[in-house]
Design a protein around this ligand. Sequence first.
Ligand SMILES: NC(=O)c1ccc[n+]([C@@H]2O[C@H](COP(=O)([O-])OP(=O)(O)OC[C@H]3O[C@@H](n4cnc5c(N)ncnc54)[C@H](O)[C@@H]3O)[C@@H](O)[C@H]2O)c1
Length: 441
Amino acid sequence: MLKERIENKKALVGVIGLGYVGLPLACAFARKGFRVVGIDRKKGRVDSVNRGESYIQDASSRELRGLVQNGLVRASTDYNNIRDCDVVQICVPTPVDENKVPNISYIVATSKKLSRVLHPDELVILKSTTFPMTTREVVLPILEKSGLKAGKDFFLAFSPERVDPGNKKYAIGNTPVVVGGIDETSTELAYLLYEKVVGKVKKVSSSEAAEFTKLLENTFRNVNIALVNEFALLADRMGINIWEVIDAAATKPFGFMPFYPGPGVGGHCIPIDPYYLSWKAKEYDFHTNFIEISAETNEGMPYYVVNTVISALSNTGICPKNASVLIIGVTFKRDVSDMRDSPSLKIIRALEDKVSKISYSDPFVEKINLRDSTYRALPLNEKTLKQFDCTLITTDHSSYDYDFIVRNSRLVIDTRNATKKVKEGREKIVLLGGGIFSNRR
Ligand SMILES: NC(=O)c1ccc[n+]([C@@H]2O[C@H](COP(=O)([O-])OP(=O)(O)OC[C@H]3O[C@@H](n4cnc5c(N)ncnc54)[C@H](O)[C@@H]3O)[C@@H](O)[C@H]2O)c1
């Protein structure tokens, strides 16, 4: 029986998609004693896992090697290797296209392949973020092409992934998980499974409620970042420092949660997931106004940063057309290597025809390929900093010495308040949200 195999950890667990979500998830299950088979369509990733070499920051190679050597983790490109799995978790990408329309083709392709190796008494859990109804209306009918009946022969649930890359406090093992199945048995089985691996599991009444939960969480973040970004733009005009205001508001012990402005939102979640909901909502004659307004603000931030750079250069007497800009930190957030949807990419593209030279420095990124150009990281030293007219901080990696950066730069545009502790040379710093466009100053 599947229930017993889960309870005594004899269940063989499959993970499809060994990326930022799938690989740490595979390790988390193996760490708790489950045998795990990972599937990825990229042979390079599969070979790397089988050698015990991690390519994801949140999965350590040392641990992975041990798990592989102990026979707890193995990987393959071939779905036949998950034929014997009792549980399969789907962690494939869910991007949007250039018109912000959800692209669930990875979920569809995976479900089709899975349906060919599905067997009775198996639990399938979709973890990829997606719009409500995907599990029941997209995945379920494809899996039933196997000839097996959902809720009778196999079980199906949705459980959103909450991994926060680079978060040292909360990882998969100590972050509560939400589960919702297409029926009670599926919910119960998913609940039992995650109870073995994570501290707390919250059951909801349906796969739709679980899908919606993830979109509420990420839209909440997106909307609040947009709100604080809008306040930062206003603060710039009013000559008020928004960072000081947020710190002050954060002293309120209830009813307020601090969010911080920045050059825009990035990664595979916050700028994308809300569009899954706004797209689906239209089917119900419903327009998700908060999502649209937030997108307008957040997606405008990189262009605001570019305008700030141009006016700061002009104010210091440098013609922007002849100026050189060094971008510091290009990943979408601090201390991670993920470049997906990073606002820095938009900033570089928008700056390309406005200044004479752009370069970047980032300890996590060796090279950036844009449509027409390739950039290679420069070392962050005195010689590099002194070569440029302007230093633009777009990601506040914690390894940077901000005193050193300010000391050796001519002009610093700080979009993250990374230089807040810098005492000397403050006159060179232009802080986003620092009241920079006030004519009162
Ligand atoms: N990255 C995050 O921080 C995060 C957090 C929570 C939720 N999510 C969600 O989790 C899902 C996965 O995101 P990710 O960041 O891990 O993506 P990713 O691109 O890092 O990894 C996905 C992996 O799936 C593989 N893949 C694609 N199609 C496949 C197929 N048909 N068969 C086998 N393998 C296939 C890819 O090769 C890739 O290795 C997305 O829905 C995302 O929104 C991501």
